[in-house]
Design a protein. Structure first.
Length: 362
């Protein structure tokens, strides 16, 4: 199952709205006969890829798959039917699929055909890997990961806005890998205006994995000359605005290739983050990486919408006049602070990179 999970992670950021699944087929003697993972765009599915490689060797063998095989007819036939037709005798799935179109039906189809079904092997890791898909199905919104690249004193830039570079080359490389494993990158209008970011993946061989670029732009003030607009046809840009924003600006942005998404107005007069994420979920996004700035980070934390934090810490101090990584949260008690649990920590040359999950989250 560990091999199937590793295969499945290859699809993260590339297969939405589908889950990133991995599958390993063993022959009747227990030898690896085929491997597969969900392909870019969401199909072919992992099971059919692995079965195609296994061929006749799958008969009498076992399939290890990270998610319950699908049972419904969509753009491709059900994977459960493919496994039955291939003659496998055993299917081991890490977790069940909560999608209402599946929800145990895949297992039932396999068992009705006389195939032994086992579940739960490495379920915790599978649920972690599938957290974006599970979030979209169960909560109606994508998983949100907050990326913070800051100094020891929690600053993302000097007082004048200079931020190049706080972290070193290896940490930035890891950051680009994170981009490639998410469906979309989210920034606020302030970051878009100040930095004119590209928000792409600049690792050789992974350029095609550059995600959708999301901008919280309540009043549609994104400059037409910005990279986010100029390259919207090459790398999708979605601008999230409030309902009733300037229709002239909307037409100009759409003519340049930007997808404009009106959303309800929040209590602060800006885009309502919960409503915006729900709309992104309806559009199929499963994993969103929020890269800034401090106001966006604070808004996500206040609303309880930050599921994970990727913390990149550089061994420098920028002082109290530097720009904070997280804006005001309005807390009066330490006990009310959002809590996270550290999952991993690694050195990236002189920097530290740590992963945290929300207390009680995934």
């Amino acid at each position: 199952m560990a091999a199937a999970l590793a295969l499945g992670r290859r699809g993260l950021g590339k297969v939405w709205p589908n889950p990133a699944v991995g599958c390993v087929i063993l022959d009747a003697a227990g030898r690896v006969a085929g491997r597969g993972w969900t392909q870019p765009g969401g199909r072919p599915h992992a099971e059919t890829e692995a079965l195609a490689r296994a061929g006749a060797r799958a008969r009498g063998g076992a399939a290890f798959v990270t998610l319950e095989p699908c049972s419904h007819h969509g753009k491709t036939p059900p994977c459960a039917e493919a496994l039955i037709a291939a003659g496998v005798s055993r299917v081991v799935a890490a977790i069940s699929d909560p999608d209402p179109r599946v929800g145990g039906r895949g297992f039932a189809m396999l068992q009705a055909a006389g195939i032994a079904v086992e579940t739960g092997l490495m379920a915790r890791q599978a649920a972690y890997d599938q957290a974006g898909f599970l979030s979209r199905v169960e909560r109606g919104r994508p998983l949100v990961a907050l990326k913070l690249a800051a100094s020891l004193d929690g600053r993302i830039a000097a007082a004048n806005g200079d931020s190049r570079w706080i972290t070193g080359p290896e940490a930035r490389r890891i950051g680009h890998l994170l981009r490639a494993s998410h469906d979309a990158i989210l920034v606020g209008f302030g970051t878009a205006l100040a930095d004119d970011p590209r928000l792409d993946c600049r690792i050789a061989g992974l350029e095609a994995a550059s995600p959708v670029r999301l901008v919280l732009d309540s009043q549609l003030r994104l400059p037409l000359a910005s990279d986010l607009v100029r390259r919207a046809h090459a790398q999708p840009t979605w601008a999230l605005c409030v309902e009733g924003a300037d229709t002239g600006r909307q037409a100009a942005l759409e003519a340049a290739g930007v997808t404009v998404i009106p959303t309800p107005t929040g209590s602060n007069g800006r885009v309502d983050l919960k409503a915006a994420l729900a709309e992104l979920g309806r559009r199929g996004l499963t994993r969103v990486l929020a890269e800034g700035g401090g106001a966006v980070a604070a808004g996500l934390l206040r609303a309880g919408l930050a599921d994970r934090i990727y913390s990149f810490q550089a061994p420098m101090a920028l002082g109290g006049d530097g720009i904070a990584a997280i804006g005001p949260l309005g807390l009066e008690r330490v006990a009310d602070a959002p809590r996270f649990i550290r999952q991993t920590v690694q050195a990236a040359d002189d920097d530290l990179v740590a992963t945290f999950v929300r207390n009680g989250g995934s």
